[in-house]
Design a protein around this ligand. Structure first.
Ligand SMILES: Cc1ncc(COP(=O)(O)O)c(C=O)c1O
Length: 441
């Protein structure tokens, strides 16, 4: 990409000096420039030199209704004039109460107790700690193992990383991480020949069953990303796995934690991915899209049974976990504005029709000679690129910027996860320019 000039160049230099950027080898920026962003509008981000980028990854999967959305802006601005934040221990406020009630009403049945954190990883930590503490309060402290799936991703803090199976993120810290068993992923790409995605899901569930039969006495919870394992490359799988996992967890007295941090809020075509399997987990972890990409907020919804295990005279039976910004009023108000948009615009139904149109628009790309395993789930499209380049992800990212696209491949997997307000024309542009990038590579 051509070197930034003017204001862009200045922000870039100052950022490199003062800001340690996430998930980045900072030295890489010697050759791959940062992109300083001045403003956002709809699905587009604009730099200081007037260049624009279609945010095809919703800024790390958080943005649902575009940047600088007037409706969310208005709600946050209104909240700013009333209350920005009040500690949630010993106090409560309107946005957090309303949000908790509305999330419980939208979520699969029985999840009426909302505990808040800030980022996704803090939600994972909360669910894992709560599950262990539940069993301890119920007189089973030996239940302290967690099962997770191969290729699963649940965040980067030490507890979350211990149930994450992506080597580049976890192997350096392996000596610090508790060791937990991993179960086979029901990855639908393993359905070849006469083997269907449902067959793959059942085989993976059989392995889970065998493990639970032998070890359930020491296992607190199974944590899964329902329907799509995002960070390991948009691995999609059959809903039958979730139905079996739910039944097995119930049978063997193990909690099911649904990490819908990425899949929640309509990303897979239903409000929550669990709905497609007709199941309710014991813990539902939410974050990312919850505020439409505005403010950090996460939430763990849990059941009456879980809540009651902590309800006692003894303070040590209580869940004493806390974060300073728990239930931040501005973030909750942004989340309420997001839920208002879902309701007013009937977003789930509109997205259902849109995702069918996007499948048609994506069809030529799916047939591209370098594309493998093109797959979709709701508002997510993903495929692997046939390439020998070890630096494919980085090179493709840089080349995409040249064509006004913000695409961030995971290894050889290219995916589209744009804000829902992307128009069919914008999606067509995304598809056409991606095909052109593949032609040029
Ligand atoms: C499924 C899942 N869980 C947890 C996380 C961690 O969320 P955060 O980055 O906000 O800590 C992510 C982030 O990508 C995620 O996709």
């Amino acid at each position: 990409m051509s070197a930034p000039t003017g204001a862009s160049a200045q922000w870039l230099a100052r950022s490199l000096k003062a800001v340690w950027h996430p998930c980045t080898q900072m030295k890489a920026h010697e050759t791959l420039p940062l992109v300083p962003i001045e403003r956002g509008e709809g699905a587009w981000l604009f730099d200081f030199d007037g260049r624009r980028y279609l945010d095809a990854v919703s800024s790390w999967w958080v943005n649902l209704f575009g940047h600088a959305n007037p409706r969310i802006n208005a709600a946050v601005a209104d909240q700013l004039g009333r209350l920005e934040h009040a500690m949630l221990a010993g106090f409560t406020h309107e946005p957090v109460v309303e949000l908790s009630e509305r999330l419980a009403a939208l979520a699969p049945p029985g999840l009426g107790h909302a505990f808040y954190g800030s980022d996704g990883a803090s939600a994972t930590e909360i669910a894992l700690k709560m599950s262990f503490h539940y069993w301890s309060n119920r007189g089973k402290p030996e239940k302290r193992g967690y099962l997770s799936l191969e290729g699963g991703y649940h965040g980067e803090t030490l507890g979350a990383l211990a149930v994450t199976d992506i080597a580049i993120f976890s192997e350096t810290y392996a000596p610090l991480l508790a060791r937990h068993a991993r179960m086979p992923s029901p990855d639908a790409r393993n359905a070849r020949g006469s083997r269907t995605p449902a067959d793959v899901a059942h085989a993976a569930a059989d392995a889970l069953e065998a493990h639970l039969a032998a070890h359930h006495a020491t296992i607190a919870a199974l944590i899964v990303e329902p329907l799509v394992q995002g960070a390991s490359g948009m691995v999609m799988y059959d809903a039958g796995y979730l139905s079996r996992a739910r039944a097995l967890c119930t049978r063997y007295g193990v909690h099911l934690v649904a990490d819908e941090i990425m899949t929640g809020f309509g990303r897979t075509g239903t409000m929550f991915a669990c709905e497609q399997a007709g199941i309710a987990p014991d813990f539902l972890c939410l974050s990312k899209g919850i505020t439409g990409g505005y403010l950090p907020l996460s939430c763990v919804l849990s059941t009456d049974d879980v809540f009651e295990a902590f309800y006692a005279d003894d303070v040590r039976r209580a869940f004493l976990h806390s974060h300073s910004y728990t239930g931040n009023a501005l973030a909750c108000r942004a989340a309420l504005a997001v839920l208002d948009i879902f309701a007013a615009d009937d977003v789930i139904a509109a997205n259902r029709a849109k995702s069918l149109r996007w499948r048609d628009i994506g069809a030529p790309l799916a047939r591209h000679s370098r594309v493998r395993d093109y797959r979709t789930c709701g508002m997510i499209h993903a495929f692997e690129v046939a390439t020998d380049r070890p630096d494919f992800a980085r090179a493709f990212f840089a080349a995409a910027l040249e064509r006004e696209l913000l695409l961030r491949p995971i290894g050889r997997t290219v995916y589209f996860m744009p804000p829902y307000i992307v128009t069919d024309d914008e999606f067509a542009l995304l598809v056409e320019r991606t095909a052109a990038l593949l032609d040029a590579e």
